[in-house]
Design a protein around this ligand. Sequence first.
Ligand SMILES: *[C@@H]1O[C@H](CO)[C@@H](O)[C@H](O)[C@H]1NC(C)=O
Ligand SMILES: *[C@@H]1O[C@H](CO)[C@@H](O)[C@H](O)[C@H]1NC(C)=O
Ligand SMILES: *[C@@H]1O[C@H](CO)[C@@H](O)[C@H](O)[C@H]1NC(C)=O
Ligand SMILES: [Cu+2]
Length: 322
Amino acid sequence: MKLLQLTTLATAVLAVPLEKSLASRQTTACTSPKVRKNWAVATDAEKKSYINAVLCLATKPSRLNISTHTTLYDDFGYVHAHLSSPTQRIHAEPVFLPWHRYFVHIYEKALQECGYTGTAMYWDWIADSGAPSKAAVWDPVLGFGGNGSDTTDNGGKRRVVDGPFRNLRPTYWGLEVDPHYLSRDFAPAIPEAHLAEMLGFAYTPTVMEGVNAKPNYQEFWTALEGGPHNVVHAGIGGSLGDMGPISSPNDPVFFLHHTMVDKLWWQWQQQDPQTRTLQYQGRRNDGGNATLEDVLPMLGLALDGVVKDYMDTGGGALCYTY
Ligand SMILES: *[C@@H]1O[C@H](CO)[C@@H](O)[C@H](O)[C@H]1NC(C)=O
Ligand SMILES: *[C@@H]1O[C@H](CO)[C@@H](O)[C@H](O)[C@H]1NC(C)=O
Ligand SMILES: *[C@@H]1O[C@H](CO)[C@@H](O)[C@H](O)[C@H]1NC(C)=O
Ligand SMILES: [Cu+2]
């Protein structure tokens, strides 16, 4: 009896530290990090494999315990929307960067469970800022398809009519259940106002130099989120496309955009890894000061995370580089 009790106790006590020691073992074990790729330089085979895995997500059951549950593809839009409203928990506060880093990581794993053997990829919108609508990422065969159509007979949204995702039907629009075809609404150029197409003037190499030069985490995430991050969403989504509302992960390009945002954070951290890898500060939306122990909620899509495990791309729960 006594022995049995001891064994039970030991198992219970071990359960928690085991998980911890696995995490810390990975910190030292990340010796060959995977290198995340630029979509523009990926091979045709890699692009096809990525695209097929995205389509596969829409055939997998939802992981969420909700009455409207549809597919794993829809889960990403749902979770992002419900963490943005009615209470904003993932934007306009320091957790923006680590939360989206973890979210991209979950998506990358989901693609891999759908047969994809590569890594998350990014759209380098800085390189394409002069003519964003011509970027390789919008290719109708080896890309995500382009701008939406000029009709709005898709529940008022501009349906993407070319490319491999033209038949994708996201379930959510913001917080609403509103099945529709995937939509985009590339912001047009307005020459009279000196506005370039897709608001490209707001994420040029020169603008980004200013963002990268920010001296601390708080100034950096604020400049990156409120500036180019938001503008790229608006430039692709407009008001009649999926990249606009809080259900923006509906558009598969969301993850190429956010992998780019993540790469920029990583680059900023690499400028002074000693100081910046764990630098995390600012005011939370609930009024408290941000700490490395803050939780990254995932509403059941994956286990909730903790900020400190997602600060270092080569440690904690992660093992990749750019
Ligand atoms: C799923 O949701 C139902 C209804 O809200 C709840 O009673 C149940 O405990 C939930 N199950 C899990 C595993 O979260
Ligand atoms: C995208 O398509 C819409 C609808 O046809 C059009 O108004 C808009 O100018 C297009 N944007 C670009 C950048 O071509
Ligand atoms: C947050 O940090 C600031 C500066 O260190 C401090 O003055 C303030 O009291 C802290 N606020 C809370 C809610 O802990
Ligand atoms: Cu977001």
